[in-house]
Design a protein around this ligand. Structure first.
Ligand code: AMP
Length: 114
């Protein structure tokens, strides 16, 4: 059994977070180290370590997350556009082993990323 991540502890309300959305399947909260005026993390409540660990049976959950991103973008008033990032593994700089989507917006975002 792997150790509980900081995101699991946020789900379990053991540590605080600025939650902007919650439903049965997922949770969204403000990133503690924002890289843009709006920087929210969307996570499934199911403990999935990364995109690499998404199972076939998670397809409906993943669809729910994508639909939730669209709703969150409207809620967060990101009408000028936004970026969704899922860092996967060490080369991408993933630092928390619980699947998460960064939703970034509120300013123009450069491309390509570093
Ligand atoms: P990544 O580097 O893609 O794994 O992203 C992890 C993100 O989690 C980083 O942007 C961190 O700033 C963010 N983070 C870490 N701990 C917390 C926390 N307690 N509350 C909110 N965001 C956090």
């Amino acid at each position: 059994m792997t150790a509980r991540t900081i995101f699991k502890r946020i789900i379990d309300r053991e540590i605080p977070a600025q939650i902007v959305h919650e439903d049965d399947l997922c949770l969204a909260f403000v990133d503690v180290s924002p890289q843009a005026p709006t920087h929210v993390l969307l996570i499934p409540k199911k403990e999935i370590a990364s995109l690499d660990q998404v199972a076939d049976e998670d397809a409906a959950l993943m669809g729910h997350l994508i639909v939730t991103i669209r709703k969150l973008a409207a809620q967060l008033k990101l009408e000028d556009g936004y970026r969704v990032v899922a860092n996967c593994g060490p080369h991408a700089g993933q630092s928390v082993d619980h699947l998460h989507f960064h939703i970034l917006g509120g300013r123009p975002l450069a491309w390509p990323p570093g």
